[in-house]
Write a protein that binds this ligand. Structure first.
Ligand SMILES: [Zn+2]
Length: 227
């Protein structure tokens, strides 16, 4: 079973690299360079590239493979699906989360308060927080669907959290979600996470449109590169 294990590693390494913004939409991926970079042989890298192409994370540009980019419509379509699936996860978590899982969510929020001015770290913590809610839904098929959405979200790396004020807002919105889950109020949990995803999408759209005068123009450039 060793080859399967190695194959999975190359796939995960590559996906993580895209998720962390090491490779951006439009960047060309070369099998031999990736094999060297990750210290694995070319066969698992080739298989990982094929799998990611099938999943739409990579696209053909002539004879080369590049990281796919999402256009304006695709971004909107992705956020609609994400909001509905996250809403369902929060609703189910309100029904099924163990008290221990809810305590873990509160601990995450407390730690995240210290990261509000460190967007890179908060971005990663945000993914872990949502993953924890997915798990608390206790529905494996929903978790699978959310993994698919998250894979595509890797193409919009450098999250909206880097926008001014979004760090603090994110933590507050997360608190509202967990309060509703703890109160076992599925409707409120669904509504709170919809609001959270909607704000994140709105921020992304603003970042993608034009630089806000006097605010982080370098970040705006990165955001545009990410779409
Ligand atoms: Zn979030």
């Amino acid at each position: 079973m060793q080859p399967v294990h190695v194959q999975k590693d190359a796939y995960q390494l590559l996906l993580d690299a895209i998720d962390q913004g090491l490779f951006r939409p439009g960047d060309r991926l070369v099998e031999s360079e990736l094999a060297e970079r990750f210290g694995v042989s070319r066969t698992p890298v080739r298989e990982a590239l094929q799998r990611l192409e099938t999943q739409g994370v990579l696209a053909r540009d002539g004879r080369s493979l590049v990281v796919a980019s999402l256009d304006h419509d695709q971004l909107g379509e992705l956020y609609v699906v994400r909001a509905e699936l996250e809403g369902l996860a929060a609703r189910l978590a309100a029904q099924h989360a163990a008290p221990e899982e809810i305590r873990v969510l509160w601990e995450m929020i407390e730690k995240d308060r210290e990261l509000v001015h460190r967007p890179e770290l908060l971005g990663r913590a945000n993914k872990r927080f949502h993953r924890q809610i997915h798990l608390a839904s206790h529905n494996r098929y929903l978790i699978q669907q959310l993994e698919m959405v998250n894979r595509t979200m890797a193409l919009v790396a450098h999250t909206s959290i880097s926008a001014p004020g979004r760090g603090e807002a994110t933590v507050e919105e997360h608190s509202a979600i967990v309060r509703a889950i703890e109160a076992r109020d599925g409707d409120a949990a669904d509504a709170a996470i919809h609001e959270h995803i909607s704000r994140a999408y709105e921020t992304r759209l603003k970042l993608g449109l034009e630089p806000i005068p006097g605010e982080g123009e370098a970040e705006v450039e990165e955001e545009q590169a990410g779409q």
